[in-house]
Design a protein around this ligand. Structure first.
Ligand SMILES: NC(=O)C1=CN([C@@H]2O[C@H](COP(=O)(O)OP(=O)(O)OC[C@H]3O[C@@H](n4cnc5c(N)ncnc54)[C@H](O)[C@@H]3O)[C@@H](O)[C@H]2O)[C@H](O)CC1
Ligand SMILES: [K+]
Length: 501
């Protein structure tokens, strides 16, 4: 896991590293600037580029000055620097880097008002005006300068954070900020980079390591974590040589209506592909023909009222309810039936979540450790309207803790809130996956893992990661065209094989 800290915690880690490594703060700044330049040079190898750096007078500006010097040393000779003296006192490391810069033949302009900035004809702009020190929305000269830089419509690469962008707090409405093409951020992504409101300020980000003390970072106990391949690799269990289908559990998928049978098929098929020993779909009679011809590996129980009393619930080791289920009386009956008889953690998705939103008294019957997998609209139906995703993250965190459930809020970086109060952001997945049926596949994958005896935490974390990775591998290079959900389901074994290699 990569721990995600708030700006305040980053500052603490910064200070701890300076004292305990030990390293002079100006040398840490040099290390950060070098990491930035390494990444910049990979992305923009053309040494003839004309580059305009805009620096504030805090440490973000200090980074900018060091970056200008290091770029020049790397052979980027067309670098020029503008320093904005807009009121705040300069930091010592800024002063030291200004002194170092002055000894190089790099054009330097110091301004005290945004009006002094004329037209900008450089190929690329590097934004080092403000970073994590931001404490209120920018106004006055900063706002005017940011507007001017955005209006130039040249690619902007931001140092650490786009100027004016709030890294981890709720972003105030209409707060002005730089719209960056790329943000090269230090050590870890900032929380808001992982939420939709970061667009268009953060079109793309990359985190570069600056060697802050890892032990100290862990000990800060941040609830926010970013899921990496190694985490999932450590969870996955290989099939044993002398195992049989009984070793991998039996999943029951309660899903589908005559008009939405596809959801039941996709979910059940994904469950088969993700390795459940047996998968049974609990569907209406009208879906039987489709099910048997779509995938003969899936078994069925026909969903007539007689069946309600005949199911032997204890033989199932995993269960999902919701995809394409509808929200009529039958759906309510089924949710009541399932929560009354199935005592293990289950996956609650789609229409079952909408039923749950209408009949709040059912909450208390959900087995502890169950997994709710809402998309944004289902989430708001369950928990009320939210103005932004930052609020949703906190709501998910509180509810998951209070109700001892897992909440998987689907998004580009799917958010998983746990009963322990942790919030994980998934690092796989892409816009090509934004299409109907993709959530049904995710539910199938998670239920398959539950039925194979993975813990609910493992099922959520590995399930979202594997599902997203399958989508990443199948997407066309620009990730802007659709990937079909059934193909994602079929690709799950390939991804699992690679992760277990
Ligand atoms: N550990 C790391 O990640 C490292 C980060 N570095 C860089 O340092 C900046 C943070 O620097 P800091 O001096 O704390 O703040 P800023 O440069 O972002 O801001 C300067 C100053 O501006 C004032 N300010 C805040 N909000 C506003 C506003 N709305 N309008 C005007 N002025 C404002 C406030 O007083 C700030 O103190 C981090 O982003 C990295 O780039 C280190 O170089 C290496 C280690
Ligand atoms: K910046």
């Amino acid at each position: 896991m990569r721990t995600i800290l708030t700006s305040g915690q980053i500052r603490q880690a910064d200070e701890y590293t300076i004292t305990h490594e030990p390293i002079a703060s100006v040398d840490l700044m040099e290390r950060a600037a070098r990491a930035f330049v390494d990444e910049f040079a990979k992305r923009y190898p053309q040494k003839k580029l004309t580059i305009a750096l805009y620096c504030g007078t805090g440490n973000n500006g200090g980074d900018g000055l060091a970056i200008a010097r290091l770029l020049y040393e790397r052979g980027y000779q067309e670098v020029k620097v503008t320093v904005a003296h807009f009121g705040s006192r300069s930091t010592n490391d800024f002063d030291e880097n200004l002194r170092r810069l002055r000894s190089r033949p790099i054009p330097l302009k110091e301004i005290s008002s945004a009006v002094e900035v004329g037209t900008e004809d450089s190929d690329i702009i590097i934004d080092a005006l403000l970073g994590t020190g931001l404490n209120k929305p920018i106004s006055g000269d900063f706002e005017l300068l940011v507007k001017k830089l955005n209006d130039i419509r040249k690619p902007v690469v931001s140092v650490d954070i786009p100027t004016g962008f709030f890294a981890d707090e709720e972003i105030p409405e209409n707060a002005a900020c730089i719209k960056s093409e790329l943000t090269i951020t230090f050590q870890q992504p900032k929380i808001n980079f992982l939420l939709p409101e970061s667009f268009p300020a953060v079109k793309e980000w990359v985190a570069v390591d600056i060697g802050l003390d890892q032990q100290f970072i862990q000990q800060l106990g941040s609830p926010y974590q970013y899921i990496q391949a190694e985490d999932v690799k450590a969870m996955l269990k290989k099939r044993e040589r002398f195992s049989n289908k009984g070793s991998y559990g039996h999943a029951l998928i309660v899903a589908g209506q005559p008009e939405t049978m596809g959801a039941a098929l996709l979910c059940s098929a994904a469950c088969v592909h993700a390795g459940a020993g047996l998968t049974t779909a609990y569907i209406p009679q009208s879906g039987l023909f489709a099910l048997n011809s779509y995938m003969p590996e899936i078994m069925a129980i026909v969903r007539d009222p007689k069946s309600f009393t005949q199911i032997s619930w204890s033989k199932f080791s995993g269960l999902a309810i919701g995809p394409g289920l509808g929200q009529d009386d039958e759906a309510l009956t089924l949710l009541k039936l399932v929560t009354a008889h199935f005592q293990k953690p289950m996956v609650v998705d789609a229409d079952a979540l909408n039923v749950l939103a209408k009949y709040k008294e059912l909450w208390r019957f959900l087995p502890k450790g169950s997994i709710l997998t809402p998309h944004m609209k289902e989430f708001d139906r369950l928990f009320g309207e939210h103005k932004n995703w930052r609020q949703r993250v906190e709501t998910a965190r509180q509810w998951a803790q209070e109700r001892e459930l897992f909440i998987v809020l689907k998004n580009t970086y799917t958010i998983i809130a746990t009963p322990e109060g942790k919030v994980y952001f998934n690092s796989t997945g892409n816009p090509a996956m934004a299409t109907g049926g993709m959530g049904d596949v995710l539910t199938g994958v998670i239920s398959a893992l539950l039925s194979q005896n993975y813990t609910p935490a493992e099922a959520c974390l590995a399930g979202v990661y594997v599902h997203g990775l399958a989508g990443d591998e199948l997407a066309l290079p620009d990730q802007r065209h659709v990937v079909l959900p059934h193909k994602v389901a079929e690709h799950v074994p390939v991804v699992l094989t690679k992760l277990m290699a």
